[in-house]
Design a binder for this molecule. Structure first.
Ligand code: T3D
Length: 260
């Protein structure tokens, strides 16, 4: 169905592999459109409980395909590309009500870094490498990187990484809390898929509400955050999963959650 990515559903997990390996999965118009479509497909499939985003070959994603920018003429307005491609993609990913995990298998740059940061969690291969990249070609951060990166590393470090465009490895990314876990390259995708499958079979209603809480409360006042917690706990507390969780605890057995 797609030409620039691979889409498969394994158990309850959608695995999306960007598939332009010769250019480290750089994003051209077709890949941008197909990726957006793949996320819409996930959104509309109630059986999918988690998403893993990874890259085919040696790269995760090297950002905007720069060969498309070689013949820049005066009519090119990057705001159009940013709004119509990257902003739509990042917003769609962020709005997915299920866990989205990046398995960063290799080079991760520019808008590719933005895709990884828009995921809820990031697992990386030991030999993955990261760079903001934008300043190296005279651009400013986009694809949500100016929003997500300071949340993870603080304003000073985000500015340093954005200004220098320095390339850093997975160990440094883990130290900076940009990635959650690091695995040997050969087991990265398998480990990420197993983790995603576990989440996909968890208390999905509570997970969805938790994602909304943590994302929204990050930019809320304390009174707003506390009130949102109370409202969401009301919803979670009325779920069958809550009843099952408490029953399972008292019966000393693992819970069997239904996601409602
Ligand atoms: O324009 C707009 O719409 C605005 C939005 C912009 C969003 C952005 O993403 S701007 C940032 C664009 N991305 C970059 O500037 C990153 C460019 N790539 C790199 O800096 C390096 O390739 C990496 C650090 C990612 C990896 O370095 P390395 O040494 O491991 O690999 P390499 O040899 O540079 O790349 C491997 C191949 O992929 C190579 O092709 P070749 O020589 O083997 O035929 C290289 O040209 C190609 N490649 C890598 N990145 C891109 C690319 N081809 C097209 N576009 C790329 N972004």
């Amino acid at each position: 169905m797609y030409e620039t990515l691979l889409f498969e559903v394994v158990g309850r997990v959608a695995k999306i592999s960007l598939n332009r390996p010769k250019v480290y999965n750089a994003i051209n118009t077709q890949l941008g459109q197909e990726l957006y479509d793949a996320f819409k497909r996930v959104e509309n499939d109630g059986n999918i409980g988690a998403v893993v985003l990874t890259g085919a070959g040696r790269g995760f994603c090297s950002g905007q395909d720069l060969t498309d920018r070689l013949a820049v003429d005066e009519s090119l307005r990057l705001a159009d590309s940013v709004r119509e491609r990257y902003n739509l993609l990042i917003s769609k990913m962020r709005a997915l009500p299920i866990p989205v995990i990046a398995a960063v298998n290799g080079a991760c740059a520019g808008a590719g870094f933005g895709l990884a940061l828009a995921c809820d969690l990031r697992f990386a291969a030991t030999d993955a490498k990261f760079t903001m990249a934008f300043s190296k070609i005279g651009l400013v951060p986009d694809s949500g990187t100016s929003y997500f990166l300071p949340q993870l590393v603080g304003v000073g470090k985000a500015l340093e990484l954005a200004w220098t465009g320095d390339v850093f490895d997975a160990a440094e990314a883990e130290r900076l809390s940009i990635v959650n876990r690091v695995f040997p390259a050969e087991s990265l995708v398998e480990e990420t898929m197993a983790f995603a499958e576990k989440l996909a079979n968890g208390p999905r209603l509570a997970y969805r509400l938790t994602k909304e809480l943590i994302v929204q409360n990050f930019t809320s006042s304390l009174p707003e955050a506390l009130e949102r917690e109370a409202r969401y706990q009301d919803v979670a507390g009325a779920s069958q999963d809550f009843r099952e969780g408490v029953r399972a605890f008292s019966e000393k057995r693992p819970p069997s959650f239904q996601g409602r």
